[in-house]
Design a protein around this ligand. Sequence first.
Ligand SMILES: [Zn+2]
Length: 328
Amino acid sequence: MMQWMPLAQLKQKILAAGGFVNAHAHFDRAYSVTPADLPGANATVERALQEKWQLVDGWKRNTSEDDYFAHITSALRAQHEFGVRTALTFIDCDPVAGTRALDAAMRAKDYAAEQLQMRLLLACQTLKGVCNSEARRFFEIALEKVDVIGGLPGADKGREAEHLDVLLSAAKSTGKRAHVHVDQNNDPSERETEQLARAVIRHGVEGQVTAVHGISIACQPKNYRHELYALCRDAGLSFVACPGAWLDARRNENLTPTHNAVTPIDEMIPAGLCVALGSDNISDVYKPFADGDMLTELRMLLESTHFYDMQELIRIATDNGRRVLGLA
Ligand SMILES: [Zn+2]
């Protein structure tokens, strides 16, 4: 008797549909973790996310363009092995990394096309924000070179609205899509997805913007969630889920609806929202054990949301990725 293995079939169908689209990554810092980062309570990997945004400065400062190229292309070869054929990676372009990572990534785009028959798209990672004038200068430099405008409102703490205004004005004037990290903390006090959706409508860039993560949405009461999905539909706001990135969210004593720390696709897909899949960090201080295997990411997503619709899962891993990258 033939035995049916749904996971194997899922992978086979995704490969037949043109391979995985990794819609969110940070290949420039892939494989930057070291044994010294790991052990002990004060180890780098144990620090809070916002602290890590600054902790990577030492590594970035000492990484040459050629080193960056080596990290990005190592990640690309591993991604190819995992069946990825299209990817969007964020690239640090700020006063610490200078333009070294971006220059390396531009070369890696050609490498991907010529050596691996892969399509690589780039977005700017604004780890130093876009409000401070020195950081803004690097954002402007990146803007001309990247395919997608990347944003991280949390990097301009207290000035998140201004950060969004800078990004979305740039999206409006260049016609480029914007991908923005929001609601990452699995914390009900966060309302960044709502803030982003409202800003999208205010700037008239509906359908041009993607929210990366949206973890804290699942902390909100049901009424709020469903009103938020309607607002996101009005804004044409799409999402990228990076399940492995946040399943490790720390225990805290906030009381919220019971949920897993993951983008709630079990509600978003039926609500008519487009959700794509990303690996996020690979083997760096954020995610030392992550290897970028997209089938593992998809499995974590389907398990943590109890979402078994094979057709939709295939779309999440392929077509939806192309849509949020502006390729379909
Ligand atoms: Zn990210």
